[in-house]
Ligand binder design. Sequence first.
Ligand code: PMP
Length: 360
Amino acid sequence: MSRLFDVRPNPHPKSEAERAAILADPGFGLHFSDHMAVAIWNPEEGWHDRQVRPYGPFQLDPAAAVLHYAQEIFEGLKAYRHANDSIWLFRPDKNADRFTKSAERLALPVLPHEDFLASIETLVVTDQAWVPGGGESNLYIRPFMFASETFLGVRPAKTVTYACIAGPAGAYFSHGVQPVDIWVSSQYVRAAPGGTGAAKTGGNYASSLIAQQEAYDKGCDQVLFLDGAEKRWVEELGGMNIYLVTSDGELITPSLEGTILEGVTRDSVLTLASEHGLQPVERRISIDELLDGIRSGKITEMFACGTAAVINPVGSLVTEQGRVVVNDGASGRYTDELRRALLDVQYGRVEDTHGWMHKV
Ligand code: PMP
């Protein structure tokens, strides 16, 4: 394990009984481990004060820039406990790359890859008792960086805080893996050319919430966003990328045009496609092509993918004009196969032929 981060043990960790109760039913995003990694940046010293210290609140001045101008980025990845009790991360190098790209877009300082990885490894080793075993549970890891300088004024901050927290996670959707209904937002867009759509920054999510609320109001679970320029091209969900399977064996996902998030799961599915007899295709897809394809049966399956939910079938798309049901509202063969294949690699049940797993 790297020694870049100094460990200051938590004198008051949760008791074994409290932890066991949480691990038995973790939910998602509700509970956090006993420690967090932190590092500070300023122009004079660069990155410094790297610590893994007791989990707890930050002291932030009310004029801290992030609270006003949202100069902030984050990441999400998981640690998996394998049958022999070893603990593994899935493609953390991809998250490190994306964190760098997000930092550049948000005019935040770049955290070196080795610091990113060391913060995660040190935190996970320190809190290894928090990595659940069995089932499809895991430790969700959330690295983030924000403008912690006390100042009001629009310019890149000169004091920046990096931190990483982690918490046990069970299934992402409360009703388990079942086809989800998707609201197609015709009013709101998530990103525009030249904007921040390809960065993992809080503002993208803040601006998506009204559409997410609209989805709930329509009885849907998630929102599908169209492009910001023409409202014609299918982009992604509020927190997941999308895929379509066609009757002639193509596995299609919207191409990266700078406005959608380059998902680690998306990239992994592209690689897995050919192993399952599918031809991976990255291209633009219009909403009309999508809806017509589902109606005609040319599109046989649709699924969403991301770190939190892995792969989740889409049961229907709902627009102002009504509902279009995918594959009779059931999950499909390839959706199930790809989900299983990804989970088998992540939980160490098959050989990791792509070199995706990183032992902590
Ligand atoms: N799109 C958005 C907007 C997301 O928030 C996420 C989750 N990070 C994804 C796609 C999927 O990315 P990943 O597979 O890296 O989790």
